[in-house]
Design a protein around this ligand. Structure first.
Ligand code: THU
Length: 153
């Protein structure tokens, strides 16, 4: 039997947005303001930076039949894939607001969104930064580190 260990590096920014990603972070916060989150009242925004310099954003879109809704991250990533197929993802910023205020704690993407991120890495053969924006601190981590043992065929 072999024992293996996984460790990840992540970076915490306090008092400023991660350098180079200031606009992307602002765009994610802005996008949260347009979420359709009437059931949870938890408004999430996501912004994707693409290799061609374009930024696209999305937010959570809820539904009275709960599973029919979708998270901000997947809205933004699928929008990027639909609008700029073939252009790789450089970074994804996520921000969440509750009662109109940016959440203090950085929001961490759900498992389904992580699987979609891992598909982006597979599709473009390129890893990217995930920036979780919080009111108190912002966390930066590589997408590939968010879902070890992701499904792959
Ligand atoms: N949500 C996101 O949009 N992204 C996440 O990373 C976590 C959760 C949404 C789904 C649902 O509309 C609401 O937040 C509450 O779970």
């Amino acid at each position: 039997m072999d024992k293996r260990e996984l460790r990840i590096d992540y970076f915490i920014w306090r008092g400023s947005f991660p350098s180079g990603y200031e606009n992307l972070c602002r765009k994610a916060i802005q996008a949260s303001g347009k979420a359709y989150s009437v059931y949870s009242e938890f408004s999430v925004g996501a912004a994707v930076l693409l290799a061609n310099g374009e930024m696209v954003s999305g937010n959570n879109q809820e539904n009275v039949a709960y599973p029919s809704g979708i998270c901000a991250e997947r809205t933004a990533l699928f929008y990027a894939g639909a609008t700029f197929p073939g252009v790789s993802v450089e970074a994804l910023a996520i921000a969440a607001c509750f009662e109109g205020k940016l959440c203090e704690k950085a929001v961490s993407p759900c498992g389904a969104c992580r699987q979609v991120m891992s598909e982006m890495i597979r599709r473009y053969k390129q890893d990217f930064d995930v920036i979780m924006v919080g009111g108190k601190e912002t966390v930066v981590v590589k997408a590939s580190d968010l879902l070890p043992f992701s499904f792959a065929i």
